[in-house]
Design a protein around this ligand. Structure first.
Ligand SMILES: *[C@@H]1O[C@H](CO)[C@@H](O)[C@H](O)[C@H]1NC(C)=O
Ligand SMILES: *[C@@H]1O[C@H](CO)[C@@H](O)[C@H](O)[C@H]1NC(C)=O
Ligand SMILES: *[C@@H]1O[C@H](CO)[C@@H](O)[C@H](O)[C@H]1NC(C)=O
Ligand SMILES: *[C@@H]1O[C@H](CO)[C@@H](O)[C@H](O)[C@H]1NC(C)=O
Ligand SMILES: *[C@@H]1O[C@H](CO)[C@@H](O)[C@H](O)[C@H]1NC(C)=O
Ligand SMILES: *[C@@H]1O[C@H](CO)[C@@H](O)[C@H](O)[C@H]1NC(C)=O
Length: 290
C-alpha cells in the first residue's frame, strides 16, 4: 500500500473517531520514520541529511565518475535511425555527509535510494528508456566509509543514431551514447569517465548479426543550452557492416534467381507447359522477392 492510500485510511479514521485519529497520525509518522531508519548505521548517517541538496551544496561542483558496461545491442535499425542497448550504468561520487567510521562498505537496499541524493543523469537523444524492474528495481547503492557512493543501474534504452547510408552496404556508422545531467549545470555537477577509454566494457565482446564494432572511445564535451552549460559524456562507437552477411543474404539469392530464369531458354519450343511453368515460377518468385 502506498503513501496516499494510507493517507485516505487515516482521513476516514479522522472523520469517524477524532481521538484515534491523533494517535493514528502520530504512529503513522513514527512508522514512517522507522521505515526510513531501519538500518542501524544508517540512522546516524542520515541525521540532518537533506536529500534535496547536492553534496557540497553552494560550494564546488560534485564530480560524478561514470563507468559503463554494454550488455547487449539488440537492434540497429536503418529505417528508424536508432539502436537499442542494455547498459549497466555505474556512477560514483563523494558525499562528505555520509562519511562513517571504519573500513567497511555496505550495500543498501535499492529502495533506500529514495532517501539519498542521486544525480539526475539522463541519456541524450534517447527515444525510450526503462529501468529493469524484475524482480525488484535493478539498482544498487553502496556506501564507502570515506563517503564515496556507488550507484548502479541497469537500463535498456533506444537511442537515435543518424546514419549516412550513401555507401550502403559497404558503410561504417558512427553512433553515440551521451550522458548529461538534466538539471544541474557545470557549476553544480561535473561528469567524468572514471578510467578514460577503459571506462566502457563489453563492446568488444558484442556479437551483432550485421555489424562489427570497429572501434570506440570516450569523450568529455560541453553542451551549451539555454539553461546553462553542462558537461556531457560521450561514448562514440563505429559499426562496420559485414558485407559477407549481405552477399549471402541478398546478392547470392538474386544471382541464382537470374541464372534460373535462363533455364527456360534451353527448353525446346514445343514443351509449352514446362516453359510456362518455369516462367510462372520466375514471375511469382520475383514479385515475391521485390
Ligand atoms: C497529522 O499530521 C500532520 C503532519 O504530518 C499534521 O499537519 C496534522 O495536523 C495531523 N493531524 C492531526 C489530526 O493531528
Ligand atoms: C548514533 O549516535 C548516537 C549519539 O551520537 C550514539 O549513541 C549511537 O551509538 C549511534 N549509533 C550508531 C549505530 O552508531
Ligand atoms: C583499514 O584497513 C587497513 C588495511 O586493510 C587496516 O590496516 C586498518 O587498520 C583498517 N582501519 C580500520 C579503522 O579498521
Ligand atoms: C573511498 O574508498 C573506496 C573504497 O575503498 C576507494 O575506491 C575510493 O578511492 C575512496 N575515495 C576517496 C576519495 O578516497
Ligand atoms: C581514447 O581513444 C581515442 C581514440 O583512440 C584517443 O584519441 C584518446 O586520446 C583516448 N583517450 C584517452 C584518455 O586515452
Ligand atoms: C556558457 O559558455 C559560454 C562560452 O563558454 C558562455 O559565453 C556562456 O555565458 C555560458 N553560459 C552560462 C549560462 O554560463
Amino acid at each position: 500500500m502506498n503513501y496516499s492510500s494510507w493517507h485516505w485510511i487515516f482521513a476516514c479514521l479522522c472523520i469517524l473517531t477524532p481521538r484515534i485519529c491523533i494517535q493514528g497520525n502520530q504512529s503513522f509518522i513514527e512508522a514512517n520514520r522507522n521505515d526510513k531508519l531501519s538500518l542501524p548505521v544508517f540512522e546516524n548517517l542520515t541525521e540532518g541529511y537533506n536529500k534535496f541538496l547536492r553534496p557540497n551544496f553552494g560550494g564546488k561542483p560534485v564530480v560524478i565518475a561514470l563507468t559503463l558496461d554494454i550488455a547487449s545491442i539488440s537492434s540497429i535499425s536503418e529505417s528508424n535511425m536508432d539502436y537499442t542497448a542494455t547498459i549497466y550504468l555505474r556512477q560514483r561520487w563523494s558525499d562528505q555527509r555520509l562519511v562513517f567510521d571504519g573500513n567497511k562498505s555496505f550495500t543498501l537496499d535499492a529502495r533506500l535510494v529514495e532517501f539519498l541524493w542521486v544525480p539526475d543523469t539522463y541519456i541524450v537523444e534517447s527515444k525510450t528508456s526503462f529501468l529493469h524492474e524484475v524482480t525488484v528495481g535493478n539498482r544498487l547503492i553502496r556506501l564507502f566509509s570515506n563517503g564515496t557512493v556507488l550507484y548502479a543501474l541497469r537500463i535498456t534504452t533506444t537511442v537515435a543514431c543518424n546514419m549516412d547510408l550513401s555507401k550502403y552496404p559497404m558503410d561504417t556508422q558512427t553512433c553515440k551514447l551521451q550522458l548529461e545531467s538534466w538539471g544541474y549545470d557545470g557549476n553544480d555537477v561535473e561528469f567524468m569517465w572514471l578510467r578514460g577509454n577503459d571506462s566502457v566494457r563489453g563492446l568488444e565482446n558484442l556479437r551483432l548479426a550485421q555489424y562489427t564494432v570497429q572501434r570506440y572511445f570516450t569523450l568529455v564535451t560541453k553542451s551549451q543550452q539555454e539553461t546553462g552549460n553542462y558537461t556531457r559524456l560521450v561514448l562514440q562507437f563505429e559499426l562496420r557492416r559485414n558485407v559477407l552477411y549481405f552477399i549471402l543474404e541478398t546478392y547470392v539469392p538474386s544471382t541464382f534467381l537470374v541464372i534460373l530464369s535462363w533455364v527456360s531458354f534451353w527448353i525446346s519450343l514445343d514443351s509449352v507447359p514446362a516453359r510456362t511453368c518455369i516462367g510462372d515460377f520466375q514471375g511469382s518468385r520475383r514479385s515475391q522477392y521485390y
